[in-house]
Design a protein around this ligand. Structure first.
Ligand SMILES: [Zn+2]
Ligand SMILES: [Zn+2]
Length: 351
């Protein structure tokens, strides 16, 4: 009697809940289901019945529950088979120990790429008037313009005409302001209809992206730079310097970098506040004999630095973005300088 009642209940259960799929207690089906999930391939020929069983099988419930607890550890969404391989994401930052690429692709029409923007900005000479509102080298570079042969030329298309800012200085200031305003508002229209820059210029956020890319404010990048500066550029007679970051913040930064050096390299490193400030504002030790726009990993600590020819002491620091080079000796107390209060402004010296 007992067994019959059980069987009856089982039948009712089957009728109500489509029992064959629901009561899939056998391990084979679950294993098969999991395998199917693992492979991540959705069969195109699934009938309505098999869709049903996939939807209500125990394996799917278990997978869904697992996904709630630990989303990353389980293949919750079966990846569909793709025709094209998904490109691997490249590193989104260039650490201080990695060089900037030599070829920045300045001529490519790539309005959303930071490195081509850097290439375009770099074509403008330091003598280029940067005080004109709306016509700074960065504004022009964002609009797809570069500097060549004494004029402003399109970065990507030879059909766009060259133009220049010659003669602006000789104009009376009121009419000059008007000319500058009109020039600044016509930057897209100066490209021809075939040129991509006319349709889409670089977004205004691209300089910030470029800074984050080439000077990431993470300890893993700042620490090797600060260590190299400490070993190579902080001499017995430090320069007078100014920094917009407060002394206590710099001390915190230096302590953090020292902790990182101890944890990662096992090195006991004393980081001077000046080394921390220089690293924070993107200054690199610059050796005219072996110029490099990055610091080598082996520049950690004084002992290691002596062994390598390229890690010689240098009083010059350089920015790898704006390429400004500064001799630290010009700011020391003994330097024969007329103005006593001249300080190395770690932020303002960038050009
Ligand atoms: Zn153009
Ligand atoms: Zn700079």
């Amino acid at each position: 009697m007992h067994v019959d009642a059980d069987a009856d209940l089982h039948d009712v259960f089957r009728i109500l809940y489509d029992g064959d799929e629901w009561a899939s207690d056998n391990d084979d089906e679950d294993a098969g289901d999991e395998q199917q999930l693992g492979e991540g391939v959705q069969t195109a020929t699934s009938t309505e019945g098999s869709i049903h069983s996939r939807r209500y099988s125990k394996a799917r419930f278990v997978t869904a529950l697992d996904a709630l607890v630990a989303p990353s550890s389980t293949p919750t969404v079966p990846a569909k088979r793709r025709i094209y391989a998904v490109p691997q994401p490249t590193s989104s930052v260039i650490s201080s120990t990695a060089p900037l690429p030599a070829d920045l692709n300045g001529k490519t029409y790539a309005p959303y790429s930071p490195l081509p923007l850097l290439a375009r900005v770099r074509t403008f000479p330091p003598t280029f008037p940067s005080s004109l509102p709306g016509l700074s080298p960065m504004t022009l570079a964002l609009a797809g313009w570069t500097y060549a042969h004494g004029g402003v030329v399109c970065a990507s298309s030879s059909t766009c005409e060259k133009w220049g800012l010659g003669g602006l200085e000789s104009l009376p200031s009121r009419s000059r302001d008007e000319v500058v305003r009109r020039l600044a508002s016509s930057l897209p229209q100066r490209h021809t209809l075939e040129c991509g820059w006319r349709t889409r210029a670089s977004p205004a956020t691209l300089p910030t992206q470029l800074r984050r890319l080439a000077h990431p404010l993470v300890t893993a990048s700042l620490e090797p730079l600060a260590a190299a500066l400490q070993a190579r550029s902080i001499g017995p007679e430090p320069p007078r310097w100014a920094c917009p970051v407060s002394a206590s913040q710099l001390a915190t930064l230096a302590a953090g970098l020292e902790r990182y050096a101890a944890a990662v390299h096992g090195a006991t490193l004393a980081i001077d506040p000046l080394a921390a400030a220089l690293a924070l504002f993107g200054w690199y030790p610059y050796d005219p004999v072996a110029p490099a726009n990055h610091v080598a990993e082996q520049e950690h600590g004084h002992g290691h630095a002596q062994g390598h020819g390229h890690a010689a002491h240098t009083d010059i620091v350089a920015c790898r973005l704006c390429l400004r080079r500064v001799g630290l000796w010009t700011f020391t107390a003994t330097a024969a300088s007329s103005d006593e209060e001249r300080k190395f402004d770690v932020e303002g010296e960038h050009q």
